[in-house]
Design a protein around this ligand. Structure first.
Ligand code: PLP
Length: 456
C-alpha cells in the first residue's frame, strides 16, 4: 500500500472501532483522541494512516532488528504456513524448532546448548524463574525459591516475571505477587559518587544473597544493559564479579537478553559483549525481528543435565511455533548475510558521537549505552546533575517530549521511570543518514523542551 493509499483509507471507521474496541497495553480502556495508527513499514521508516512518515529509532519497541518490510521473512512465514502450520514441541517436534534450537545453541555463549521456546519475553522470564526452582529442587535444595533482580528493571508483566520487575508503578497495583522477589541497586554510573568502588553494585548482590540466606535464593536476573532507568551499562568487570558471586553461593545467573540479543549490542548475546556466561539466557523480540511473536530460554548443559530425568512441568501451546521458528531462522540468515553485528560495531561510535553532540544542550546530563541501544538522561542542572522534580520530569516526558517527538516524526522513547530519559534503539540496518536525522530532531525538540519546562 502506498502512503497515499494508506491516507485515502484513513479510516475514520478504523479510528472509531479503536475507540470502541481496542484496549491498548499500559493504557486505560477509554479512548485516545490522537491515536497513531501505523499502516506500513519499510527499512527504518513507518507510515501512519494519514500518510505521515516516521523514522523508527526504537525498532518499534526494541524489536525490528533487521528493519521493516523484509520480503525474506514474509516469504519464510508463508512457506512454512503452507508446509506445516502448526505442531507442538510437547510430546512431538518439527524440523524448524529442531533446526532453530541447534542454530541458537551454536550462537549462544559457552555451553548454553538447550533451548526451550516461548511466545515472548515475559514467558521466557517466567520459564527461567520456574526452571531455577525446578533445578534446585532436583538437586535437593527446594528452599531455593527467591530471585534477586535490580531496582527499576523491567522483566515482564506475568506474575512471576513481575516479581522480578523492579518498577513500583507496574508492581504495586497487582500485589501480592509471587513471593521471593528481592531488589538490589542498578548500575547508575552517572550518579555514582566519586571514588566509590565501581563494582559496589555487584557486591550489593552478594550482600542481598547473604541477607536473604543463600539457601533460599534460586537465581539472580540481570539485563546486560538495563533498559528501564535509561540504558544503564555495567561497569567494567561487573559481570565477572556477579558470576563469581553466583558460583560462590550456588545461585543461577539468568541473563535477560530480551532486548540485548540478536545484534542489539553488536553481538548475538549480551554475554559476548560483556564477557560472561550465564546459566540461563532469556530472549524474544529480535529473535524473529518481531515479524511473528517468539521467545526462548537458553539453558546451560549443567542445568539441563540436572533436569535430564526430571519432567519440567511447564509448557506453552505456541512455544516453538513452526511459523515463528521458520521466521527466526530466516532472520538469523539475514543478520549473518548482511553482517549486521559487524555493522553495529562499526557504526556504534557514530551513533554515540551523534548523541554526545547533544551534551551542548544544558538539559542533557548523560549519554550512555552500547551498540544500537542508547539513553539520554535529562537534568535540571548539567553542572551539578540536579534532577528535575518528579512532576516536572513527568511533564517533560509525557506532555512535551512524547508528543513533540511524535509530531516531528521520530519514534523513540521518552520515559520517566527513574530519571527522565530518551531512549533510542534503531534497526541494525540504520547508519549515518538515520543518525543525522535523529540528531537534528532531538536537538530541536530538546532545546524546545528546555524552554517550555524551565527547571524549578
Ligand atoms: N524482559 C525485558 C528485559 C524486556 O525488555 C521485556 C519487554 O520489553 C520483557 C522481559 C517482557 O517481554 P514481553 O513484552 O515480550 O513479554
Amino acid at each position: 500500500m502506498t502512503s497515499e493509499a494508506a491516507a485515502a483509507g484513513a479510516t475514520p471507521a478504523l479510528r472509531d472501532a479503536a475507540r470502541r474496541h481496542l484496549w491498548r497495553h499500559f493504557a486505560p480502556a477509554g479512548a485516545q483522541e490522537d491515536l497513531t495508527v501505523f499502516v506500513r513499514g519499510e527499512g527504518c521508516e513507518l507510515w501512519d494512516d494519514r500518510g505521515r512518515r516516521y523514522l523508527d529509532a526504537l525498532s518499534s519497541l526494541f524489536c525490528v532488528n533487521v528493519g521493516h518490510g523484509r520480503e525474506e521473512l514474509a516469504d519464510a512465514a508463508a512457506a512454512q504456513a503452507r508446509e506445516l502450520a502448526y505442531a507442538t514441541t510437547w510430546d512431538t517436534a518439527h524440523p524448524r524448532a529442531i533446526e532453530l534450537a541447534e542454530r541458537i545453541a551454536g550462537l549462544a555463549p559457552g555451553n548454553l546448548d538447550r533451548v526451550f521456546f516461548t511466545s515472548g519475553g515475559s514467558e521466557s522470564v517466567e520459564s527461567a524463574l520456574k526452571l531455577a526452582r525446578a533445578y534446585h529442587r532436583a538437586r535437593g535444595a527446594p528452599s531455593r525459591v527467591k530471585v534477586v533482580a535490580r531496582d527499576l528493571a523491567y522483566h515482564g508483566t506475568t506474575f512471576g516475571a513481575l516479581s522480578a520487575t523492579g518498577l513500583p508503578s507496574v508492581r504495586t497495583p497487582f500485589e501480592p505477587l509471587m513471593p521471593g522477589g528481592c531488589h538490589v541497586p542498578h548500575t547508575d554510573l552517572y550518579r555514582s559518587p566519586e571514588g566509590r568502588d565501581p563494582l559496589w553494585a555487584a557486591d550489593a548482590i552478594e550482600e542481598r544473597i547473604r541477607f536473604e540466606g543463600p539457601e533460599t535464593v534460586a537465581a539472580v536476573i540481570l539485563e546486560p544493559v538495563q533498559n528501564s532507568g535509561g540504558c544503564l551499562p555495567p561497569p567494567r568487570g561487573y559481570f565477572a564479579r556477579v558470576r563469581e558471586i553466583c558460583d560462590r553461593h550456588d545461585v543461577l545467573l539468568v541473563s535477560d537478553d530480551t532486548i540485548c540479543s540478536w545484534g542489539r549490542l553488536g553481538t548475538w548475546f549480551g554475554g559476548q559483549r560483556f564477557d560472561y556466561v550465564p546459566d540461563i539466557v532469556t530472549t524474544a523480540k529480535g529473535l524473529t525481528s518481531a515479524y511473528v511473536p517468539m521467545g526462548a530460554m537458553i539453558v546451560s548443559d549443567r542445568v539441563a543435565e540436572t533436569m535430564r530425568d526430571e519432567v519440567f512441568e511447564h509448557g506453552l501451546t505456541f512455544g516453538g511455533h513452526p511459523v515463528a521458528a521458520a521466521v527466526a531462522l530466516a532472520n538469523i540468515d539475514l543478520i549473518e548475510r548482511e553482517d549486521l553485528l559487524g555493522r553495529v560495531r562499526r557504526h556504534e561510535p557514530d551513533l554515540r558521537a551523534t548523541l554526545e553532540a547533544l551534551l551542548e544542550l544544558p538539559i542533557v546530563g548523560d549519554v550512555r549505552g552500547a551498540g544500537y541501544f542508547w539513553g539520554i538522561e535529562l537534568v535540571a542542572d548539567q553542572a551539578t546533575k540536579r534532577a528535575f522534580p518528579p512532576e516536572q520530569a513527568h511533564e517533560l516526558t509525557s506532555r512535551v517530549l512524547g508528543p513533540e517527538l511524535r509530531r516531528r516524526g521520530l519514534i523513540c522513547r521518552a520515559a520517566d521511570r527513574g530519571y527522565p530519559v530518551i531512549q533510542l534503539a534503531p534497526p541494525l540496518i540504520a547508519g549515518p543518514d538515520e543518525f543525522a536525522e535523529i540528531g537534528a530532531i532531538l536537538h530541536d525538540v530538546l532545546a524546545e523542551a528546555a524552554r517550555r519546562v524551565p527547571p524549578r
